[in-house]
Design a protein around this ligand. Structure first.
Ligand SMILES: NC(=O)c1ccc[n+]([C@@H]2O[C@H](COP(=O)([O-])OP(=O)(O)OC[C@H]3O[C@@H](n4cnc5c(N)ncnc54)[C@H](O)[C@@H]3O)[C@@H](O)[C@H]2O)c1
Length: 381
C-alpha cells in the first residue's frame, strides 16, 4: 500500500520535493559543519585544568525554557533542523495543540531545580536556551516575582549547565543599560546602571555567566537584543511592544495610541534576524569569541518613523501619543546600539531594515485581519 501511494505521486513533483529536501539538507550541513565538533577547552590559567567541556555537537539536544513566549516559539521551529525530538520546549503555560504536536513539550517552572535536573538527565540535554523571564514593564509591576524568576531562575540554569557541562544561552537586552550609559551609540563595554528590575537582573545574568565562564569554564553566551518585532506571537510586556502593536491596531481600527513620545528612538530588530543571530552565535567556535556578551542590532527608529512606514500600507492611520510610565524606561535605554564586536568576531549581519520588517508584518497579518473582518461581516449579515 505504501508503495502504491509513492508510485501515484507524479514524478515531477517527487523530483521537486527531493530537490527541496536536498537543498534543505545541504543548508543544514553547511550550518553544522560550520560548528565546532567536540572541542575541549582550557582557560589560560584562570580555570583549573580539570574544568573541561564539550563545546558543541553536530545535533545538540536543546532545552528551551520559557519557550511559549515571543522568542521561544520561533526559535523552536528554527532549531528543529537539529531533529524534531532534539528540541525540548518547556514553560509553565498550557501549550497550544500545535506546539504539543510539533515535538516534546513539558511543564517546567524555572524555580524548580529538581524538575529541571530531571529534564536535563532524562532528555540528555546539550544546550540550554534560557528564555524564562518577566520583561521590563511586567517586572516593574511585580518586583518580587521578577527577582525570583529572573535571578533565582538564572542561578538554577547556570548551576545545572555547570554540573552537566552544557552550553548555555541567556539573552540580555538594551534594558541592561541605564541613564548613565552612553546612549548613541551604546558600546558593549560601558557603565551599566539600569533603573528597572529587569535591567538589573540582566546585568546580573551577564556578570554571573561571565563569572562561571572564567571560574568554571562554562560555555556561557549572551546577546543583548533590542526590541524584537514579530507577527506570530504577542509581545510579553516590554517597553518596545508598541512597535508590534501598531501593526495590529493599524489593521484592526486604523487608530493607534502610542505610550511613548513620537521622538523616542530605540534599537529594534525583526524576529528572523534575532533568531538567526542566536543560532549563528551558538554555532560559532568558542575560540572566535573575544567576549561572552555581545550587543546585536539591526535598526533604530522612533514611533513617528514607524508610523510613517506603516502609512505606506494603511495611509489613513491616525496616531496619538500619550506617554505613560514606560517613557522614563525608554528614556534611559540606548538609542542606537554599537554591535561592531559581534560583526567582527562572529560575522553578525542583520538582513531586515524598517521597510523590510513592515512588508513582513503586513504579509503575515493582512490575511488574518481580512479573514476576521470578513467573518464578522458575515455574522452581521
Ligand atoms: N522580546 C524582546 O523584545 C526581547 C528583547 C531583549 C531580550 N529579550 C529576552 O529574551 C527572552 C525571551 O523573551 P520573550 O520576548 O520571548 O519573553 P516572553 O515574555 O514572551 O516569554 C517569557 C516566557 O517565560 C515564561 N515564564 C514566566 N515565568 C516562568 C517560570 N517561573 N518558569 C518557567 N517559565 C516562565 C512565560 O510563561 C513566557 O512564556 C527573555 O529573557 C527576554 O528578556 C526579549
Amino acid at each position: 500500500m505504501f508503495r502504491s501511494r509513492v508510485m501515484s505521486v507524479p514524478l515531477g513533483l517527487l523530483c521537486r520535493c527531493k530537490a527541496r529536501e536536498v537543498q534543505r539538507a545541504s543548508k543544514i550541513l553547511r550550518l553544522v559543519t560550520a560548528s565546532p565538533v567536540q572541542t575541549v577547552r582550557h582557560f589560560n590559567g584562570v580555570n583549573e585544568p580539570h574544568q573541561q567541556y564539550e563545546v558543541s555537537h553536530a545535533h545538540p539536544r536543546v532545552l528551551i525554557t520559557g519557550s511559549l513566549g515571543q522568542l521561544g516559539t520561533g526559535l523552536a521551529k528554527v532549531l528543529s533542523r537539529y531533529g524534531r525530538n532534539n528540541v525540548i520546549m518547556s514553560d509553565i503555560l498550557k501549550a497550544p495543540r500545535q506546539t504539543q504536536e510539533s515535538g516534546p513539550y513539558l511543564f517546567a517552572d524555572i524555580l524548580d531545580f529538581k524538575k529541571l535536573q530531571d529534564l536535563i538527565v532524562s532528555y540528555n540535554i546539550d544546550w540550554i536556551i534560557h528564555f524564562s523571564a518577566l520583561l521590563s514593564a511586567v517586572g516593574e509591576n511585580n518586583v518580587p516575582l521578577a527577582m525570583r524568576v529572573n535571578i533565582e531562575g538564572l542561578h538554577n540554569v547556570l548551576e545545572l549547565a555547570k554540573q552537566y557541562k552544557l552550553k548555555i544561552f541567556v539573552p540580555s537586552t538594551i534594558g541592561a543599560f541605564g541613564p548613565d550609559s552612553p546612549r548613541n551609540p551604546t558600546p558593549d563595554l560601558c557603565i551599566q546602571r539600569p533603573r528597572t528590575i529587569y535591567g538589573v537582573s540582566k546585568v546580573h545574568a551577564e556578570l554571573m555567566g561571565e563569572y562561571y565562564f572564567y571560574k568554571f569554564g562554562l560555555d556561557f553566551r549572551s546577546l543583548r537584543f533590542p526590541g524584537v518585532i514579530s507577527a506570530d506571537t504577542h509581545p510579553g510586556g516590554g517597553t518596545t511592544d508598541y512597535a508590534v502593536q501598531i501593526f495590529h491596531d493599524a489593521l484592526k481600527t486604523g487608530e493607534f495610541d502610542c505610550y511613548l513620545r513620537e521622538d523616542t528612538m530605540l534599537p529594534m530588530m525583526y524576529i528572523d534576524d534575532c533568531l538567526r543571530s542566536i543560532v549563528e552565535f551558538m554555532e560559532t567556535p568558542s575560540e572566535r569569541l573575544t567576549m561572552r556578551t555581545y550587543n546585536v542590532s539591526a535598526m533604530s527608529f522612533t514611533p513617528a518613523e514607524i508610523a510613517d512606514a506603516v502609512r505606506k500600507y494603511v495611509p489613513n492611520l491616525a496616531v496619538t501619543y500619550k506617554p505613560d510610565k514606560r517613557q522614563s524606561i525608554a528614556d534611559s535605554w540606548p538609542m542606537r546600539f554599537d554591535d561592531s564586536n559581534a560583526r567582527r568576531d562572529w560575522g553578525w549581519k542583520h538582513h531586515m531594515e524598517i521597510d523590510d520588517l513592515c512588508r513582513a508584518m503586513f504579509d503575515y497579518l493582512t490575511p488574518i485581519y481580512k479573514d476576521t473582518s470578513n467573518k464578522m461581516k458575515e455574522q452581521v449579515a
